[in-house]
Write a protein that binds this ligand. Sequence first.
Ligand SMILES: Cc1ncc(COP(=O)(O)O)c(C=O)c1O
Length: 448
Amino acid sequence: MTTPDNQTLLTRSLAAVWHPCTQMQHHAAHGAMSLPLIPILRGEGAWLHDFDGNRYLDGISSWWTNLFGHANPRINAALKTQLETLEHVMLAGFTHQPVVELSERLSDLTGGALGHAFYASDGASATEIALKMSFHYWQNRGEPQKNRFLCLEGSYHGETVGALAVTDVALFRDAYAPLVRQSATVMSPDARQARSDETAIDVARRAAAALETRLQAEDGRIAALIVEPLVQCAAGMVMYDPEYLRLARALCDRYGAHLICDEIAVGCGRTGTFFAHEQAGIRPDLLCLSKGISGGYLPLSIVLCRDEIYAAFYDADITRGFLHSHSYTGNPLACRAALTTLDIFKEDDVLARNQIRAKKLRAALEPLRQHPQVRHLRGQGMILAFDVKTDDPAFSRRYYRAALNRQTLLRPIGNTVYLMPPYMIEDAEIEQLGSVAQEALAEALTGC
Ligand SMILES: Cc1ncc(COP(=O)(O)O)c(C=O)c1O
């Protein structure tokens, strides 16, 4: 196999690969709207290396997946061993050690509250599974009127047709509106909405009151409320107080609806605790995990549920079972990567060490608080974000290019710039993220 150079691979990719979340013509554009496509040869630690000797600091963990660095030696070694043992077997009618161990360990991490694990490959599928399980649970329980879902304003739970029903992002949803059975949205507890006399807790209470009004109006027809606990990431790192989760839990109990926590982005230590919902002292009925659970190595998603939900499907009648399946469900390599990820959390005391890293990341961004166009500098664990006051529609692309020119991958969501680096990031890399965040801002705002 010959190694191509950057330009050759770029040209071939543009001809043959349809890239995700991209208007492909922007890759061919020039000027403010241009969007570079970067060929990557290899990864090492927090760095991505191209074919021409350039490298990029992965400040967003490759779409929030990578926890312990690229080509992590421990995960690599575990995968090599697993590869020699069992690469894949269908999970219907068969089982294997990695999937059993992973299910048991995840159950333990929820204190045994969510003791049944259902597997898929990507986040959107986990959302679909959680929605279908909730819906089917109420059918099996003889309450078919509970067939609607609630989600938060600005929510993002994936882009398959079912997941779009609970995704409130017009850019992703509107083109497919006729295909989608849209769910009702309720007020987001976004702490930035605090009035001058309000705290984040007050906003959380206001949003919970709006939720209660909606649950009352729906009169027992809501199957589940789905939330991204603590941070609505794709909405632009919208952060909120855990009080909302406590109140939402109580309301779901009172009105007989499930609470689904989508921790696809915020799980696995991202917000400071292993699961984000732990900060509210609650447990959901259904929990979705993906992204970081395999260390950012392999497509894997998991829906954990309570005994009561599992029991409602356990029956002699096949149609009362949960017949959902994917070919690669519970893939042994992906489960092995996840088990090694859990080992690293334990062996390296990752959550405690992340507290120190998060403090350093906050300090590195702190000078931006004085910037006249920066608003709402905020942080939650290993997620840092700020909003930029600008009307420039090309801001995020300008910023992305300016950061790439400084060997750093930072990809704003609209006018929100955020850092979400791998957990093994070193002090010098944190400093680089801080200085590039500021320099890229100055460059992106120039000429607007
Ligand atoms: C909260 C949340 N849910 C679901 C998804 C969808 O995951 P996937 O892209 O793997 O389908 C994402 C992806 O960013 C997400 O952030």
